[in-house]
Structure formats: C-alpha cells, structure tokens
Design a protein around this ligand. Sequence first.
Ligand code: ADE
Length: 236
Amino acid sequence: MRISVLTLFPEMFDALKHSIIGRALEENKFILDIHNIRDYSKDKHLKCDDYAFGGGCGMVMTPQPIFDCINAIDPERRARRVYLSPKGRRLGQDLVTAYAGLGHLILLCGHYEGVDQRVIDLEIDEELSIGDYVLTGGELAAMVVIDGIARYLPGVLGSEQSTDEESFSNGLLEYPQYTRPQTFNGLSVPEVLTSGHHGNVKKWRLEQSVTITKKMRKDLYRKFTARNGKESGKEK
Ligand code: ADE
C-alpha cells in the first residue's frame, strides 16, 4: 500500500520514524511519501495562504499549490483522496480496515482556517474527522490514520502482536492484561490467569470484556447484545 501526505509541515511526520511504524517503513511494508505543498506554489514568495473572502480572522490555504501537488502525485485519479477535517465522517475501526485494503490513499492536511472549498469540491473524495474536537491542523489526524491503517498491513505487526483480540475487533473492549510480578503493591493477578486452564482463561476474558464494555461504552454493549444475546458473556 502507498500513503501520500500533502502538508505544509512535513517535519511533523518524523514522529512516524520510530517504533513499529518506523520499522515497517524501513522494511518497506508500506510506502509513505510526504509532500510539501509549498514546493508547488507558483507565488513568487511561495505563499500558500490568503485572507478569507467575506472577512473573518485567520487565513485560508490557496487552491493552486494543493491542486498542482495532488495532481502530480495522482495524475490518473486512481487514489482515494481524503481531506482531514473536523467536518468529516468520523473515523472508526471499520473505516481503518477499509482504508487498509486500498492501493493508494492520499491524505490532505489543512492548516489555519482550512483549505479553499474548491479544492474539496474538485479534488477530494471524502472528508475525515478523527473526533469531535478541533486540532490546529490535519497533521496529527493524518498520523492517527496512518498508524491505525499500518497495523492492518501484512507483516507490520509481529506474531507476538495481533489485531485479533484487541478492542473493537469483536465489538467489545479488550479484557485487562497482567504481567510479572504476580503481586504488585498488594494487588495480585487474578488467579484464573495463572491456573494454566485455557478454557477458564478464555471464559474469564470474555466476561471481563463484556463487563468493561457495559461500564465504559453502553453504545457498543447494546450492539453486542443485539447481535449475540445476553447469554454470550456473563454480566455483572
Ligand atoms: N483538523 C482539525 N481538527 C481535526 C479533526 N478533529 N479531525 C481531522 N482533522 C482535523
């Protein structure tokens, strides 16, 4: 898979050079190309923003550099072109896995008051939000999307890490995890986890998942019981 990012702040994406995503990029598990929108500006001072028509404070990103940049990257318009914006469709696990199946994804990051509407109307397939709050720009949102997608690409997670039993994979939040020492500051690991009885461990984990989901996310819990019936996990 190829992910292309259009941004005025390419250095921000250095954050992805570390840990699991950094290793995946080094090993070419996916391609990430970061494009500086300013490189495409035809303004003599390489300006990429201007005052908003109609007034108001804040600057708007001008269409020409974005238009030229996006069409240089995707001249045949084969990629899915996404603009990060608080006005967009809300990101969830379903969308993350759908994006992970694409050949080429383009992420356009806005800054200041956003981009000229004609860029969205002419060049963008969908607007995407990572939550109901406003960030100073789309860069952090784009990194959230890239990290979320990369975990679903072949070979990115090692065999010891898996997306199989994590939160949202079965519509439930994940059960609690414990490691050594067996007792820490007076709190012991639940006995069932050290019993060696795989069936009981599995049952306990499902019960925990159901209980935690019911407590933390009533919306997910309702969907889960509608799909599976109340008997599928013991309630507390
Ligand atoms: N840009 C600013 N806020 C955003 C958000 N919540 N999601 C995606 N992009 C954004």
